[in-house]
Design a protein around this ligand. Structure first.
Ligand code: NCD
Length: 299
């Protein structure tokens, strides 16, 4: 397999997902991989803040023997002087073999890929997509359940502005979920254009306690405050949902709770001690999954 740009979770087939997961397994098992991408240069162009995504791409590249160049934020680079995205990408083309981009605008990653001569990975573009997070999410599900098919998912929280939700819903089209519940306040429902892309039925709910006992995977997102067009709209929904120890009493023993992180206050700190809370495991799997992705594009 040789992959090129990864802009949407739909850019991968089921076989691609499985190959990446198997390679991630392998990278976790045999530590030494340091020559696979020797002499390759990965550029990380992060126009928007990031902790996990950028650092795990860095770690993944270094573990494969690649070098990393890049920037985080627009302070200190020529965007501040008015350079446009196309020119920045063209410049990175002559310095690197692959570009990982994060940007506040929907569509910026696709635009970059259209301009770029080297492969582009979308590390989050506005409220559109974050496909490498969906890879990590499904890899974590597979790690715990040994399968991704035939499970009941509950996606909970800000489903309107969270790009991780859009990518996860699209990634699930490559599998056979038993049931997918979308649980959110009415103002934060999944956008129609995302629903149009999926090939399985979804069930919208307002309250988690209606269906929590059915779930195998509870996937929680924070309210994406920075994406609200209007602060007043944000004020209306802030703190409108929360996962507590109380509510988890009805959840199955062998179910799991995921969250792409960062968490604000939508999951109580107390829940971290619950054995079903797998969000720190999930974030630790970011490195092997991103290694496998880089390897399948550049290896
Ligand atoms: C997510 C993102 O940037 O969309 N973060 C991440 O990459 N793990 C989720 C979020 O910011 O809420």
């Amino acid at each position: 397999m040789k992959l090129k740009d990864i802009i949407s979770a739909l850019d991968l087939t089921r076989e691609d997902y499985e190959k990446i997961f198997e390679d991630a397994d392998r990278f976790r098992k045999n530590g030494i991989t340091s020559k696979l991408l020797e002499r390759k240069i990965i550029a990380t162009a992060f126009f928007e803040p990031s902790t996990r995504t950028m650092l795990s791409f860095h770690a993944a590249a270094v573990k494969l023997g690649a070098s990393v160049i890049g920037f985080s934020g627009t302070e200190g680079i020529s965007v501040m002087k008015g350079e446009n995205l196309a020119d920045t990408i063209r410049m990175l083309n002559s310095y690197s073999d692959l570009i990982v981009i994060r940007h506040k605008y929907d569509g910026a990653a696709l635009f970059a890929a259209e301009v770029s001569l080297v492969p582009v990975i979308n590390a989050g573009d506005g409220k559109h997509e974050h496909p490498t997070q969906a890879l990590i999410d499904l890899y974590t599900v597979r790690e715990v359940f040994n399968t991704i098919d035939n499970l009941t998912f509950g996606l909970f929280g800000d489903l309107k502005y969270a790009r991780t939700i859009n990518s996860l819903l699209r990634a699930l089209t490559r599998f056979k979920p038993k049931r997918v519940y979308l649980i959110s306040p009415p103002q934060l429902k999944v956008r129609r254009e995302v629903l149009e892309d999926i090939n399985y039925p979804v069930y919208e709910k307002e309250y988690l306690n209606e269906i929590i006992n059915e779930l195998d995977v509870l996937y929680v997102t924070r309210i994406q405050r920075e994406r609200f067009p209007d602060e007043i709209e944000y004020q209306k929904v802030k703190e409108s949902y929360r996962v507590t120890k109380e509510i988890l009493k009805d959840m199955k023993k062998n179910s799991i709770i995921l969250h792409p992180l960062p968490r604000v206050n939508e999951i109580d700190r107390e829940v971290d001690k619950d054995p079903r809370a797998k969000y720190f495991l999930q974030s630790s799997l970011g490195v092997p999954v991103r290694m496998a992705l880089l390897y399948n594009i550049l290896g």
